[in-house]
Write a protein that binds this ligand. Structure first.
Ligand code: AMP
Length: 424
């Protein structure tokens, strides 16, 4: 075999693609119930958009972007996440013009040059929501509600919600200085990655997953204890609202995120069965991003979640959606006359039902085997005799029962059998 999918990418095969469609539908239905409308943004953008939006010092910008020059030597990047593009589109099209605040959702592939492993790919797929224009803590809570509602809606049970506050530009810098000094004093005990982060992006040190480093974090100052009065009040109201709707959560003072644009509320939803890559989704408030990208000061909050990890978690729970469905009808031809008629009959029935055939002109027995391989619900046998009599035999593949049905009234018969309750 000469060609294989590139490392970190994968094919979504028939059998899987039905599960993907199901998950995407649960997501759009859930987001739709909260008034979110879909936005589709390009897969590549000017590199600068992500550098500015995500933050120069982040891992994503430093080492994970797929960046390349186009034929006119402009630097382009395959999107590593969705928020920067959504904010660009929000500004480019003045989406907040009519209603002030907008609620959007998106889904699609993202690209990061990361080390592939369990739950980590180079092309992966996210769904996400952005509420742009509201500073209200209830907006934070509603986005988290969508994420939890969606994950619960696809069938996941073992979920854990963690929340934290990352403060704002008026309280974070002083805390960051304090944290940096403390980290410098324990610097020699930290891992190499952490040591480089101490100078560049001290908050991100807290994100280190190594046990040896985490053991040292217990005595470090945390943002939650250094919030200004406004951020403190915001966090308190978020918690009150979460309690109000009985959404279980845990405050995790070490929770930080890989993108620089977050302010105040941040959250992640984890799954017990996923090991070190346990975050199914995460997000939070990014009140400075719209302004940073050239717009007016505009508060915003949102999240994204990864479809691959959701599917892995469902498998882990033994709750993978059973959405594979065979054809409604399989048309088996008993002879030449049957073959000739099958095209016409399939054409007629396909206006309403899914119809499969064998196409290989094999004997009836092989066609019956093929019908059950496809998981067909009913098999129609069609030959010279049936055409002459104007009636076919229909086999119910579940019960094994056979019925003779007039050719003319097949649609009505299948309608009653397959869509009970529908008038045919
Ligand atoms: P992030 O944009 O880094 O906050 O990630 C949000 C979610 O996207 C994570 O919780 C994962 O479910 C998913 N995700 C992020 N990076 C990857 C990756 N390399 N492979 C698969 N899923 C990912």
């Amino acid at each position: 075999m000469k060609y294989r999918a590139m490392r970190g990418t994968r094919d979504i095969l028939p059998g899987e693609s039905e599960q993907w469609r199901y998950i995407e539908r649960v997501f759009s239905d859930t987001a739709g119930h909260y008034g979110c409308r879909e936005i589709r943004v390009p897969i590549f953008e000017a590199t600068e958009l992500f550098e500015r939006g995500i933050g120069e010092a982040t891992d994503i910008v430093q080492k994970e972007m797929y960046t390349f020059p186009d034929r006119k030597n402009r630097s382009l990047t395959l999107r590593p996440e969705g928020t920067a593009s959504v904010v660009r589109a929000y500004l480019e099209h003045s989406l907040g013009r009519r209603t002030g605040a907008v609620k959007l959702y998106y889904s699609g592939p993202m690209f990061r040059y990361d080390r592939p492993g369990q739950g980590r790919y180079r092309q992966f797929h996210q769904v996400g929501v952005e509420f742009i224009g509201s500073p209200d803590p209830q907006a934070d809570v509603e986005t988290l509600e969508i994420l939890i509602g969606f994950l619960g809606g696809v069938g996941l049970r073992e979920l854990e919600t963690r929340i934290n506050s990352l403060g704002c530009p008026s309280c974070r810098p002083a805390y960051q200085d304090k944290l940096q000094k403390e980290l410098q004093s324990i610097g020699s005990s930290l891992c190499g990655d952490c040591r480089t982060r101490v100078d560049r992006n001290p908050l991100r040190v807290l994100d280190c997953k190594r046990e040896e480093c985490r053991a040292l974090f217990g005595n470090l100052p945390v943002m939650l204890e250094h919030l200004c009065a406004e951020c403190d009040d915001h966090m308190r109201r978020v918690e009150e609202n979460l309690k109000e709707i009985r959404l279980p959560y845990r405050v995790d003072p070490l929770l930080v995120r890989g993108l620089d644009y977050y302010t105040r509320t941040t959250y992640e939803v984890h799954h017990g069965g996923l090991g070190s890559q346990s975050a199914l989704g995460g997000g939070g408030r990014y009140d400075g991003l719209v302004e940073q990208m050239g717009g007016p000061p505009t508060p915003a909050v949102g999240f994204s979640a990864g479809i691959e990890r959701i599917l892995l978690s469902l498998e882990e729970e033994g709750a993978s959606p059973d959405v594979e469905k065979g054809p409604d009808v399989f048309l088996a031809a008993a002879d030449e006359a049957g073959e000739a008629e099958a095209l016409r009959l399939a054409h007629r029935l396909r206006r309403r039902f899914s119809v499969e055939r064998d196409y290989r002109r094999r004997n009836l027995k092989s066609q019956m085997k093929s019908a059950s391989g496809h998981g067909a619900r009913f098999v129609v046998v069609l030959g010279e005799r049936e055409i002459g009599e104007g009636a076919v035999s229909v086999k119910d593949m579940k019960s094994g029962e056979q019925t003779t049905v007039d050719l003319e009234s097949l649609e009505g018969w299948f309608g009653r059998a397959l869509e009970p309750g529908c008038e045919s």
